[in-house]
Design a protein around this ligand. Structure first.
Ligand SMILES: C[S@@+](CC[C@H](N)C(=O)[O-])C[C@H]1O[C@@H](n2cnc3c(N)ncnc32)[C@H](O)[C@@H]1O
Length: 426
């Protein structure tokens, strides 16, 4: 009998190569992706992550010589994933960063010493968004505006510019944010007054130095692996544009049922990066309801025609229990499982016969009802002709450390995560 691998990875470094480049909610430990890739794919094969988030699957795939395609609805997620999984020209990063810092510093000093020309006024123009002056001190806002302008207009290679944008975003979304906010990415926004005005440019320079080290480590490790092509795409996991039977392995960790609003977690960074991301802030926030697991948006009436869960006994038993407590929570949960039903449909379509789909999920507690997400997804998988070949459990202490609000909201049972290994039978 084959021994079950221990997938807890307690105490292991999860930030090697570019994995620590940017904070992201509910990141998958790279070792878990590594396990999936080693057991269920070979170098040169193609892996898909339909909800790739910050790109853990893409980075690991490249390090292990697998081609990979990642999709995410979120433009910031896509940018982070792209930057983490690409090899950079470090000399160009260094050169471009010197120019960027010199120009931003020159403008900031001119602004502080009131030598303001019309051109400088244009470069220092702040984006308009609700509560901007609540979340950003005036000095911080000016420095961010100048930095953003110079990143956008710098003469450099596009991958280098994108690297700078990721550094920029991480200044705002890091635990020690330059915004008046505490741990934006892992919890609801909490206002936090800075004892001293953060020095945006100094922090940016430090960030770039750290990130260059990480990118260089990634580059060294990539050089030891078979060459692989990795792509981060913007797109909806329910509507993937991929050839049928073109994928050798699917690996993904979908959002939790009604757990997190990614657009709310990211908007303080997106507000400054609208041109770079190609999305207006209002449009970005309006997309919240398209994210699987979101609590936003109007809940369309489910009719028998558009409810794919009708035949699924376990899903319906849990939804009936939830309906007793809250019709809205039940409708949100129904929408989540219908969305996951569509994702599974796409996964089955693009996966080659006999190959595997690995889904990492956690059960939820909603209004004191246990929602066994892993069991309902297993039921959905079966309804699509997938065989649940293995089910591993793992303890997610490292996630609870970075997602304290989940523990608050869901209690003790959230510390078990399920790794479902499905096989396409035909
Ligand atoms: C738990 S996170 C994935 C984290 C990722 N494994 C990592 O290590 O960074 C789930 C992701 O699903 C994305 N998502 C939600 N709805 C989606 C949809 N309909 N299509 C594609 N991605 C979606 C969210 O934006 C989020 O980035």
């Amino acid at each position: 009998m084959v021994a079950m691998p221990n997938l807890d990875f307690e105490g292991q470094n999860t930030r090697y190569a570019t994995h620590g480049l940017h904070a992201y909610a509910a990141k998958c430990p790279p070792q878990l992706v590594g396990y999936g890739l080693r057991y269920y794919s070979k170098p040169g094969e193609t892996v898909l992550d339909p909800m790739a988030g910050s790109g853990t699957t893409l980075v690991e795939a490249r390090l292990k010589g697998r081609h990979a395609i990642g999709y995410d609805l979120d433009p910031l997620a896509r940018l982070i994933a792209k930057v983490k999984a690409q090899v950079l020209d470090d000399k160009e990063v260094e050169r471009a960063c010197e120019t960027l810092m010199a120009r931003s510093m020159r403008d900031l000093i001119a602004l502080q010493t009131h030598q303001v020309t019309q051109a400088l006024q244009r470069r220092a123009q702040l984006p308009e968004f609700v509560n901007r002056d609540y979340w950003f001190l005036p000095e911080v806002a000016s420095a961010l505006a100048l930095l953003a302008w110079h990143i956008e207009h710098l003469e450099t290679l596009q991958p280098v510019r994108e690297f700078f944008w990721v550094a920029f975003s991480s200044l705002i979304l890091a635990k020690t944010s330059v915004a008046n906010a505490r741990d934006i990415i892992h919890s609801r926004h909490h206002f936090q007054q800075h004892p001293q005005t953060p020095d945006v440019l100094e922090k940016f320079a430090k960030r770039i130095k750290q990130m260059r080290k990480q990118a260089n480590e990634f580059q060294t490790l990539c050089a030891q692996a078979p060459p692989a092509k990795v792509e981060a795409r913007l797109g909806d996991a329910r509507k993937l544009c991929l050839r049928a039977e073109s994928i050798d392995l699917v690996f993904t960790s979908p959002p939790y049922v009604t757990a997190l609003d990614y657009t709310r977690a990211h908007f303080l960074a997106v507000a400054w990066m609208q041109a770079a991301l190609g999305v207006g802030l209002d449009e970005y926030r309006a997309c919240a309801s398209r994210y699987i697991g979101s609590e936003s948006g109007r809940l369309a009436n489910m009719t028998q025609e558009n409810d794919s869960l009708e035949e699924l006994d376990q899903a319906n038993a849990v939804l009936a229990q939830l309906e007793q407590k809250s019709l809205r929570q039940a409708a949100l949960t129904r929408r989540y499982f219908n969305d996951m039903h569509s994702v599974f449909g796409k996964v089955v379509q693009v996966l080659r016969p006999r190959r595997h789909a690995i889904i990492v999920v956690c059960p939820s507690h909603i209004r004191k009802i246990v929602v066994p997400t892993h069991e309902i997804l297993a039921e959905i998988g079966r309804s699509h002709g997938l065989r649940l070949k293995l089910q591993h459990t793992r303890t997610i202490s490292e996630r609870l450390r970075v997602m304290p609000y989940l523990q608050e909201a869901f209690g003790q049972r959230m510390d078990t995560e399920y790794v479902l290994v499905f096989q396409k039978i035909t």
